[in-house]
Design a protein around this ligand. Sequence first.
Ligand code: NIG
Length: 419
Amino acid sequence: MRIFIKNIKKLINVRESTPAALIGEQLGVLPCLEDAYLITEGDEIIDFGEMSELAQQQLSAIEESVDKVLDATGRMVFPSYCDSHTHLVYAGSREMEFSDKLRGLSYQEIARRGGGILNSVELLHNTSEESLLEQTLQRANEIISLGTGAVEIKSGYGLTVEDELKMLRVAKRVAEKTPLTVKTTLLGAHAVPTKYKDNRSGYVDLIVNEMIPAAAAEGLAEYVDIFCEEGFFSVEDAQRIFEQGIKYGMRPKVHANQMSFSGGVQVGVKYDAISVDHLEFTAEPEYDLLARSNTIATLLPGATFFLNMDYPNARAMISKGVKIAIASNYNPGSCPSGDMKYMMALALLKMKMTPEEAINGVTLNGAFAMGLGEKFGSITIGKKANLFITKKIPSYEFLPYSFTSQLIETIILKGEIYG
Ligand code: NIG
C-alpha cells in the first residue's frame, strides 16, 4: 500500500537520521516541517517534504501513483508513541486496592498484606491463556487508538516458570494479532511469590536456573528486568539475574529507585541496562552515573501520580545530560492507563518538562529505551510508517494541554490505515 498525506499543517519530529537517544539540550529541540507532505510505501516512510517543493505536475503524478490520498489540512502528523515500559498482560483489575490506598495504606503496606502484585498473580494463575489474551487485546487496541505504535510488555504476574511463559506468549501474540510492534521483557523478579516468602534466594535460583533458560529456549524475551526495592529484590539478586540473563541474550532493564535509594540505578548501569525506570528516589550520584552511561532513564509519571508520590527531578537530569524517556507503565496496580498524551501532560505539569522534551520523550527516546530507535520514533526516511494524523489542532502544545480530549483522527501502523 502507498499512502500520500498532503497539506499537513505540521509534520512533527522530522529527522534525517537518529543515531542515538537525545541528550541534554537535544531533548528540547523538536524539528518540524510546516505545510508538508509524507509518502509511505509498504511499511516504510519513503519520502516527505514541504508542499511548496512539489510542482503541480509532480503532485498529480504522486496522487495517481498511490493507493490512498489523505488531505491533512489543519491537521498535524506525529510519529506514533513508543511506550517502553508496560505490564499490559494482566488478569482482572485491582480497583479495590485503590480504595485501600485512598484510606491511607501505602503501596508497600498493601503488598505486605498479600495484595498488590501478588493479588494480580493469583488472578492470572486462575485465568486461561486465551482469556488472558482476550483481556490484553482490549488494552492493546485501546493504546493503539490513543496513538501508541510500539510497546514493551513485561511478564511479572506469573512468578512460576509456567505462568511467566504464559504471559510472555500472550505478549508475543499481541504482536501477531494487532499492528503493534512489541518488545518483551522477562520480569520474574517482580515480587517474591508466597511459596518462597521465607526463601527469596530459592526463588532467585528458580529464575536463574529455570525461568531464564526456558524463556530463552522459546525466544520469548528480549530483556530481563527486576524490581530492585526494599521488600522485593536486592542488588545482589539483580546481579545474579542479570549475569544469567546476559548469557541468554537478554539485556537488563530495572525497576529502580521507585520507593527508596535502592541501588537499582547503580546495578543497572553496571550491567549496561538499556534503561532504568521510575527513579523517584534519585539525586546527584545517580544523575552523574547515568550521564556517563549508555542507560536511558525512563520516567513513569503516571505511576508517580497514581501513588501520590514526589516526582523525579527531570530538570536536573536533563541539565546533567541524562537521556530521558517517558513511558506509561500501564499496569493494574500503580498506573491503570496507557495514555501517552496524559503522560506528557504530567511531564509538563509535574516535572516541568517542555512540550518538545515530552514529545521527544514519548517518541524517539521511548524507541531507544526498547531498542527500536533505528526504525521507530521519528519521521525519517526508511523508518516504519507508524504515525497518526490529528484532528484539526492549533499547535502541538495543544496535545498535552487538552489532556482528556481525543485528538487523533487517523492512525497508520506498519503502513496500513488502522480501524
Ligand atoms: O512498575 N513497581 C513495580 N511494578 C509496577 C507495579 C505493579 C503492580 O502494582 O501491579 C510498577 O509500578
